[in-house]
Design a protein around this ligand. Structure first.
Ligand code: HEM
Length: 224
């Protein structure tokens, strides 16, 4: 076994991959959330923003990196959860991490993570690879704004997004803090700050994305 495979087989190796991919995804979500603000400006702003991003030459490389981050994070996360359940078949919820005890968020990481994974597959299927509306008189510009309004005109879609966003908030409220612990930022001096930042981040993404789903619902499909 080479040092690379033994590193990834070790608990420290897997947790470091989780921490680095998780923090990169934390960054992606902020960019995505900020990008969604274009929706509030209007259809032109949102459609042109999306068109601008997708016509960027290196976009396929960026999308491949993003997909790899999600896949690695999900794969190692499920592997750690499986190994934990093998080690403690009857007591997943009473484990202690470095003697710090567990919280609701830490003990439900595999479940909230699985909901997010299902959410993401459906999200890409429904929006990125969903119905292709075109902007009239603008060749090659997709009317992604219309697709979002049509999609969220169904209350069930909005309800599902809110459930998924609550899961995302719970997941990141622990994940954000835990990633810094894994990477060695565990000094008691910064712990309070990191915990508060984790909660603030979780509330921002959870409430922020839910807000867009509700806002889009209130546009009644843009009267299409
Ligand atoms: C109300 C909430 C959200 C809305 C309205 C929204 C909207 C969109 C839209 C319209 C696209 C397609 C962009 C395009 O093809 O031009 C997209 C792509 C994507 N979204 Fe979301 N999104 C939301 C929440 C999320 C969340 C919570 C995640 C992750 C957990 C996420 C992850 C992604 C990813 C990975 C892509 C593909 C990026 C790419 O390669 O183009 N989205 N989103």
């Amino acid at each position: 076994m080479s040092w690379v495979s033994s590193y990834f087989a070790s608990s420290v190796g897997k947790k470091s991959v989780m921490a680095l991919t998780g923090l990169s995804l934390v960054g992606f979500l902020v960019v995505h959330l900020v990008g969604n603000i274009n929706m509030l400006i209007g259809s032109d702003a949102f459609n042109h923003y999306s068109h601008f991003l997708l016509s960027f030459e290196g976009i396929y490389v960026l999308e491949a990196v993003l997909a790899a981050l999600f896949l690695l994070h999900a794969f190692f996360g499920l592997m750690i959860a499986f190994q934990n359940s093998q080690a403690r078949p009857d007591s997943y919820s009473v484990q202690t991490k470095s003697g710090r005890g567990t919280t609701f968020a830490s003990s439900t990481m595999p479940y909230t993570g699985t909901i997010i994974l299902i959410f993401l597959i459906l999200h890409l299927f429904d929006l990125k690879f969903g119905e292709h509306y075109s902007v009239p008189n603008e060749e090659g510009v997709r009317d992604i704004y219309k697709l979002v309004l049509v999609y969220f005109s169904k209350p069930l879609h909005v309800a599902w997004y809110i459930i998924a966003m609550i899961s995302l908030a719970i997941h990141t409220s622990h994940g954000f803090w835990s990633a810094f612990q894994t990477l060695g930022f565990s000094h008691p001096k910064y712990d309070g700050f990191l915990r508060k930042s984790s909660i603030a981040y979780a509330v921002l993404v959870g409430a922020g994305f839910s807000f867009f789903a509700i806002w889009a619902y209130l546009q009644h499909g843009g009267n299409v």
